[in-house]
Every structure is written in structure tokens, then in C-alpha cells.
Design a protein around this ligand. Sequence first.
Ligand code: GAL
Length: 668
Amino acid sequence: MNRRIHYGGDYNPEQWPRAIWREDVRLMKEAGVDLVTVGVFSWAELEPTEGTYDFGWLHEVLDLLGEAGIGVDLATPTTAPPPWLTTRYPDVLPVDSKGTRYSHGSRQQFCVCNPTYRMFAKQVVARLVSEVGGHPAVEMWHINNEYACHVPYCYCDHHAAAFRAWLASRYGSIEEVNEAWGTVFWSQRYSELAEVLPPRLTPSFSNPGQELDYCQFSNDAFLDELLEEREILKASRPDIPVTTNFVGFYKPLDYFAWSRELDVVSTDNYVDPADPEWAMQNAIHYDLVRSVNKAVPWVVMEQTSSRVYWREHNVPKRPGQMRAMSYQAVARGASGVLFFQWRASRVGAERFHSAMLSHSGEASPVWAEIRDLGRELALLEPLGQARVAARVAVAFSWQNWWALEAPAKPANDLVLSEQLAWLYRPLFRSGTTVDFCRPDEPLGGYEVVLVPSLYRVTREEGANLVSFVHQGGDAVISFWSGIVDEHETVYVGPYGGPLRPIMGCDVLEVAPLLAGAVVEVEWEDGTKTTAGFWADVVAETDGHVLARIASGPWAGRPAVIENRVGSGRTYYLATRLDPAGLARVYSRLPALAGEPSLERAGDGVERVVRTGPEHTYEFLINHAPEDRELEIAPGGIELLARVELGDRVKLPPTGVAIVRRPTSELAR
Ligand code: GAL
């Protein structure tokens, strides 16, 4: 991928007569479009009946786009098998946990472990490559579409067989499976692998180890399909980068693992523009996507120009909001901003989804915004080598997410997204950029690691976090961390498992608080803040108690413990502190303390810096409903208006400034 910001969207020309295609290309040029995704849902057009193919129309489309200099992100069509396939081979259709088989008539109606599906998928991909893989317009491969989005788990017999094979290779024997899953409980002991099933509908809670392994297995099964497609694509065109579109914080798929297999990471972002925290939701989404593979470029593959159709009440983006959101992505490192979709459909379930080109065409105000943003991005100087650098990391794993939110817990309303938002929000508001890291990833480049409810933690992950602190890092660990191992087996003794050496306290019991209950938290200097949701019943050990719970049944118990370990420190948060309480903790961290950013937090302006070898780009995006006048370091050039700046910049609501300065020696 070259270094400018790509712009474009999903293009589905098969829905339109040929006469429209030329018009499409003309308007794409007008809007600065340079990359479109073609063919995502075209299987039935490319292979109308079993073994008969029609690639003529696709050749024509690629020719038209290529002649206009518009690159193509060519999709394999495997996300939507045609009706002939599932009519002839009905067991390709997936089955839910109650044993109900899905029907065709929508999309994603395939069981990824079904050998017939896999055979047809490979066949159509191979055919696609041999027909058009050499076309000069093809710049990227887009494999499938939003894997696992509609049917993340299938429970059919093919899955049962594949699950058993997966268990055999992971554990070796049924005795090991019994041991790992603790099947001594409720008389679940298996005498042979053949008795093991996917976690189908059961009378009560199913086995937690089995559930967790099924999440991992299902992830692996989808990834295996991607790898099979990738192999075919790479065999013929190893030079073309490969991607598949992620869905940000999407629980069923471990994107850390997936992104290792891709040349470009891409994500689809359908944040609700009416969500009061939409700006933060975008920021955290993009920080995650940038982080899942820190060595490859990433793009927004899909966002809306305006409105979706699938929420109950679909509020459009207000004027300027789409542009501001797009720059949020660019600020956080994106090399492309694309949309679903280019032209609004007339037919099908998605005809009321907004598009770059609405039903009313060029007359729509949406078009004006799309065209203007495309032109503006086309003029923006390349930022490709300017990286977003973070000193703060969040320890995050999909395996923990699966386990944390599985049922039968003290608080079944404890959701990871809330824990993340709680710790992330103040940093977003203060303009402190955050990376996400696997708990077992090298952390040496960070000064602070936040650990939100790392309930499931392996010994290796725990050791990595412990050594990060020993070597001088600061960790902020929230309650409900270090509870179970990779099989969902509890670490007994006071809670904390492999994190105990750095926690500085013993967590003896856990106590979810009454819904809505607020407890007081009293700090050493007598200041009072509040907390809610949860209280650990903590006994202090080697740590220093900074604050105690001061009301309710757990009054007197430690709420915040500071523990010096080696040359680093751990802050253990035994309850969900309110923003003032959390700010007190954050202000003790050298990486954050003294940052002017903490004081200016809350002005509604998002600040992100991208640093390149020569230039540093400071992005300022005003999410506040009023104008903001900001003090800035003098000597910058604002790239969008192309003006030299003094020491102030004024931004209207949704306004964006990109301030370029020479990169200082220090930042290099
Ligand atoms: C995405 C999907 C697109 C389109 C879009 C609508 O999940 O990849 O094909 O359906 O949602 O919002």
C-alpha cells in the first residue's frame, strides 16, 4: 500500500445496470476515491450454478476501474454461498445450540467446518484468482467478510467431529480433557472422546472449561478457513497484500491471532452516532485495531456516510460528524478510510443503509460531505511513516473476555467493555494515547500497563506482568483479576493467582454491590470520593493503603493499594472508583502526572500525535458542541487550511486541525 490515505468503499456493481457503472467511476473520481472493495457478495453471480462461471462482468468492472486509476480490493465471495449450494448440500447450513438448522435467503449461512463448503469455497477462490487475479487494478485481497459476524458458533455434527480432533491435538487423551475441564463435577467424566459434544443446549450451566475451549476452537476453525483461502491467493499473487475486515471489539474472534496472518489489518466501525460517547468509542476501537498487529498498516474498511438501518431508530451522522470521525481514524494511524457502501442499493435488506452516493445522488448533502472529504484527503501529505506512539498499554486478551463474560459468576453483569471504558475514559479525555497488548506480549516499551479485570490469566501472562513491574513499570490492576487459569480452574488461596506477587494485598472475598449502590472511599488525606458496582474484601499485606472503603458493609476495607515492587509500582483497585478517585490514582503515575493534558481533560477536544522521522502531526478534533480556542505550541503549520499558526487555534464544533511541526530530537 502506498503512503496516502486511501478513500473509497464497498462497490457492488452487480446490483446495477452497466450504464450506471460509468457514472459510478466518474463520481468516484470526483470524490477522490482510489480504492473500492468489489465482489464481497457476488458468489451467485460468479458461479450461477454448480461449476458454471461468469467472470465477464467482473472483467468489465475491473477494466473500468483500472482505466480510471481506481484500485480494487478484490473480495473472495465466500461469505454468501448461493442457494444452489445449500439446496444441493443442505448440511452446509449451520446449526444453533438448540439443533435448529439455519436456512439460506440471507448471508453467512455456512458451517465453516463443513468439508463441502470448504471445497466449494476453495474452488471459487481458485477460479477468481485464475480469472482476474492478474488484473492490474487489483491492489489488495479481501478475504470473506466479517468472519463469524452472524453465526459465530455452529453446533452441528461437523463441528462436533472437528472439536474432538482439536481436543485430541491439544490434550492428547480424554484423561487430559477430563482433568482440564474438571469433569469430576456433576458426573461429567467422559470415557472416550466420542462422547464429547459442542456445548449444545443443556438443562443447566454447561462446563466452563468446555465452553472456553469451544470459543478457542471456533475462533481457530474460522481462522483455518481464512488461511486456506490466503494460501490460494498467495500462491498466485504473493505480491498482493491480504486483509479481512474485522469488527473492532468483536468477542468471538481473537484478532491478535488473526492479524498475525494479514498484511493489512482492516476494521468495520458502526458506532452509534447518537451514543453520547461516540468519540471515545471510535478512539478505543481504533486504538485496539492499531494494536492487534503493531507492524502492519491498518484501514477503516467500512463505516457509514450517515446512518445504518439495523438499529431500532437510526439517527444519521450530523453534518461534520462523518468527517470528524474519519479524522479520528487517521489520527490514530489509519492508512485508509472507506465506507459501506459506494452507492445505496435499491433492492435487498440494506436498501435504507446510507452510502457515499445516496438514493438522491449528487443532490444529497451526504454526497457533498463525502466528496469534500475525499478531495481533502487526496491533498493531505502522506503520513504513512508517522506512527502513533503510546506510553500506556492496556493488557487485553480475547481468552479473558470469553471467560470473564461466561455465565455463573458473582456478577454476571460485569462486562469487559465497561471495565475498559472506566479505565480508558480519563485517558481519552486528556489526550493520552493507549495501545492494547496481549498480557504475554513484551511490555518493555511502555511506562504504564492497565489491567482491567484480567480474570483469566495464565502463569506465563502473570509472570510477564510481574516482570514488567519489577523492571520499573507501573501497573494498575482492577478487581476480579487473577481468578482462573486457562481452563477456568480457580487459583485458590487469596485471589490473584500469578498476579499476587505484585498486588500488595490479599483478596479474601469478592462482593458485588447492590445495583446502583454507591460507597464512600476515604483517602489518606481525608478526601472522600465514591465507588460502586463491586468491592473486594481485602486484607492488606506488603502494600500501602491509599484509600479505604468508608461506608456500607465493607467499610474499613482497603480500596486502593499501592505496592512498590522492584523499581516499579502496582496500584490495586479493589472497587470501581469514580472519576475523581481514578484521577487520584492516575496522577500518581509518573508517566501521567504533571502532564498538562490531565488538567485540560474534559474540554471535548481529542488530541492525538503521530510522529514521523521528519514531522510530528498533532491532530486536534473538537467534539464539543461549542467553538474551542486552544493554546498550542507555536511554530506549527495547519495542514488542512494550510496556514501557519501562532500559539492558538480555534476549532468550531466537529472542527479538525492537523498541526505539523518538525520532529524534535527527543521524539525521534
Ligand atoms: C457490515 C457488513 C456490510 C454491511 C454493513 C451494514 O457488518 O460487512 O456488508 O452489511 O455491515 O451496516
